[in-house]
Design a protein around this ligand. Structure first.
Ligand code: KG4
Ligand code: ZN
Length: 340
């Protein structure tokens, strides 16, 4: 059995063909980074229009790469319909509906967040559930307890910005390009993480929540000093930027690691699976591994290439197919986060 999975929740137009044994026949991701870079973040209208332009070429390229026939070798169409940008989601869902109708194949709707966690299964090549799941992306920073891939129970999450969003905003303050995560982690290598003592919200609290908005503000004031001085009017040298990047990155990583461990300890599960763009961060991966090793927690982190948005993680659709959870053509998009 094989599926064609489609992903258009934010600013990547992606498609993949995956087998039930999680073999990947093809995967194509058309990034829109260049279009959004000048705005230091994703512009929803531009993202939606770019998906319209790229959707069919991306599907065509995926099918071509696989050497398979869409009509004869694909058994179902999967698409992420939640959460995400409304205009972006509509493009993927509409394309998936059209394919499902024309090819007379079942249509499976995927939750993008849980698909990020499912990316861990691709590397592990075994069942990683039950587990605690941490999604750290540009739009979300959330913890779930999973009895299985399709039964998420919300444990906690950010009360304001997502971790990735904070990376993107701080990068912009430092004059670094979008997306900010890779740019910050690159310059942070030359910085001293002890230079600035930035806040680590809730780190000593019981609650399994995150807050990165105060951290963003603290970074801003460490650049401008008190008062309403525009951040781009302050000239920083490369070492100052590296020190801010390293101190900021360490503050985010400390919060993520602390809450991940706390969440596992709160549950009877001894396993955590981590996915989403920020999970590509080297310092985060290393420090989470150290913390989990010290506590004897089994850790799975999505493989680097499947941390940021892709359609391969749409393989979670096989779990739905096995459970008989298919949609009819009236399936809608659900842009907001449903905490389940
Ligand atoms: O999962 P993703 O591709 O999209 C969403 O679902 O939001 O995550 C994108 C986010 C961006 O905010 C980007 O800055 C961040 O992931 N990111 C990173 C790294 N690579 C990407 N953050 C920190 N370190 C990285 N190496
Ligand atoms: Zn994502």
């Amino acid at each position: 059995m094989r599926i064609l999975a489609i992903e258009t929740t934010c600013d990547e137009t992606a498609a993949a063909i995956i087998g039930e044994d999680l073999t990947i026949s093809a995967s194509v991701v058309a990034s829109q980074e260049a279009l959004h870079e000048q705005y230091n973040g994703v512009v929803p209208e531009i993202a939606a229009r770019a998906h319209v332009e790229r959707m069919l070429p991306v599907i065509q390229q995926t099918v071509q790469q696989s050497g398979l026939s869409l009509a004869n070798d694909i058994d179902a169409i999967a698409v992420a319909n939640t959460p995400g940008l409304a205009g972006s989601l509509l493009v993927g869902v509409t394309a998936a509906k059209a394919l499902a109708m024309c090819l007379d194949k079942p249509l499976v709707a995927i939750n993008h967040l849980h698909a990020h966690v499912y990316a861990c299964q691709l590397e592990a090549q075994r069942d990683v559930f039950p587990c605690v799941g941490l999604i750290v992306s540009g739009g979300h920073t959330h913890l779930y307890q999973y009895a299985n891939a399709l039964s998420p129970e919300y444990l906690g999450g950010t009360i304001d910005d997502a971790a990735g969003e904070a990376f993107d905003k701080v990068a912009s303050m430092l004059g670094l390009p979008y997306p900010g995560g890779p740019a910050i982690s690159k310059i942070a290598v030359k910085g001293d993480a002890k230079t600035h003592q930035y806040p680590r919200s809730f780190i000593r609290d019981d609650r399994l929540d995150f807050s990165f908005s105060g951290l963003k503000t603290a970074v801003r004031y460490s650049i401008t000093g008190p008062g309403n001085i525009p951040v781009d009017s302050v000239k920083l040298d490369d070492q100052q930027k590296a020190d801010i990047a390293a101190s900021f990155q360490q503050a985010v990583v400390d919060c993520l690691v602390a809450k991940a461990v706390q969440a596992v300890e709160r549950t009877s599960l001894n396993r955590i699976c981590v996915g989403g763009g920020v999970a590509a961060n080297r310092v985060f991966r290393e420090q989470l591994k150290e913390a989990c090793d010290a506590k004897g927690i089994e850790l799975f982190i999505a493989p680097l290439k499947y941390c940021t948005d892709n359609a391969v993680m749409g393989a979670i659709a096989f779990e739905k197919l096995k459970a008989g959870l298919v949609e009819d053509l009236s399936v809608d998009i659900l842009p907001g986060l449903v905490r389940v």
